[in-house]
Design a protein around this ligand. Sequence first.
Ligand code: 16G
Ligand code: ZN
Length: 531
Amino acid sequence: MADLEGAFQMSLLHPNLKGVILQYGTAGFRTKAEELDHVMFRMGQLAALRSKKTKSTIGVMVTASHNPEEDNGVKLVDPLGEMLASAWEEYATQLANAEENQLTVILEKIIQEEKIEMHIGAFVVVGRDTRPSSLKLSQTAIDGIISLGSKHKDYGLVTTPQLHYIVCCHNTNQMYGTASVEGYYEKLSKAFLELTKQTPNRTDDHKHLKVDGANGIGALKLKEMENYLQKKLLISLYNDGTAGKLNHLCGADYVKVQQKRPEGIRMMAGERCCSYDGDADRVVYYYYDSASLFHLLDGDKIATLITTFLKELLTKADLHLQVAVVQTAYANGSSTRYLEETMKVEVHCAKTGVKHLHHKAQQFDIGVYFEANGHGTVLFSKDAQKKIQQLVENQNASKEQINAAKLLMNTLNLINQTVGDAISDMLLIEAILALKGMTVQQWDAIYTDLPNRQVKVKVADRRVIDTTDAERRAVSPPGLQEAIDSLVQKYSLSRAFVRPSGTEDVVRVYAEADTQTNADLLAHKVSLAVY
Ligand code: 16G
Ligand code: ZN
């Protein structure tokens, strides 16, 4: 038996007062900040155990992403920067909900089931977003880490993807990069500057980008990063956190869901703009056309742009690597059709939630994954990375091949492969647009989105809805899928699905059809079928 008496005594300073039942879901724990003190302490403990188990550095990120400022949350980051292993999500839930006097029992159980040797050293890195509650909550997580005799390093204010990057650096002997925020800026800016070196004709106009920082950590970090970019990107930053409230009427989630520009940003027709979310792991682009119509370029458009670019480079390099795109049920039908039929790329559909997409994308030489909401990245297999590196050094290859391989290498270095990253994705998009000499309108014109609508439905118990086929079909309650099928048949180019939300107590309905009116009608009728 491990000696957990000291840990128990420390836990008494962070009691589970409210008795709210929480579940470790796709985004970790997320709720009102005042309900999280004991959860933070216990997640610090779990991170220490996970570190002992994996003999690796583990991350604890305090954030509630795009949720309102009053909320907070916590996510654990696994050794290579991935999401926490599923089996441990269950431990997280048990620990968070345990009664005071059960805490030691549950810790003991985890230690035994996982055969954790408590004498093994542990190291946990901690980061937090800009919410007013985050500092105190991260200190509580650190108390939890210390309570199990683990060492830690507090990285303070960082974006979620920066913490994922830092964890990965720690566990790869700094092969992935230097484990610091400066190391992150250096790695990404070097790759960005190399890529844009090849675009001598870029005018200041082309270099100009307006960024909505959602009044969050992304704004703060982008300001720091700007110095590294040597004016090769001219950023006007709005919603930088100095005046507005986090995620309030701004940010990537607001823009995507409302399909309109955020407050607090001045936009002229044709200007390229983008929005981050509250922890800067998502980005969406948009612009107004000359008729004042708003155009959104979401995760699907981003995936298409990046995939096109990669495929072109692979052809030039004469490298035979398999590129696949992973989407979710929310991907616009036009994007899937374009990727499959025009680009001849394999497209896969995964369940909502980054871990599902990430996992699927790992199966290919190059796996591009994006959720429509703007969260995504590109994964390169070890073998693909090696082939690209070898081509860069191959003296028998043609100049064109080597140049394409160098561009691929810099692309690889610019991408945060651990998780979707607003800053990294934005820099990659900017580099691609520059290299292809493309405007945002030309990018948007690659395909036309099908009109779509998302609605939420409040139901007594969302768990009665069960889905299959990557959430595209409902298997329960009985009759629901048949009802959806018959509604869908009434519209052309239509598709609809329902799924229980993993982050809110609602059921989500998605519909698309040939016109906006029809998409709205279909979404409405499907939501009535859910009751
Ligand atoms: C979480 C997921 C996000 C997903 C969203 C769906 C991660 C890190 N985040 O925020 O990818 O799109 O949940 O929310 O996996 P929903 O289940 O409420 O629709
Ligand atoms: Zn986020």
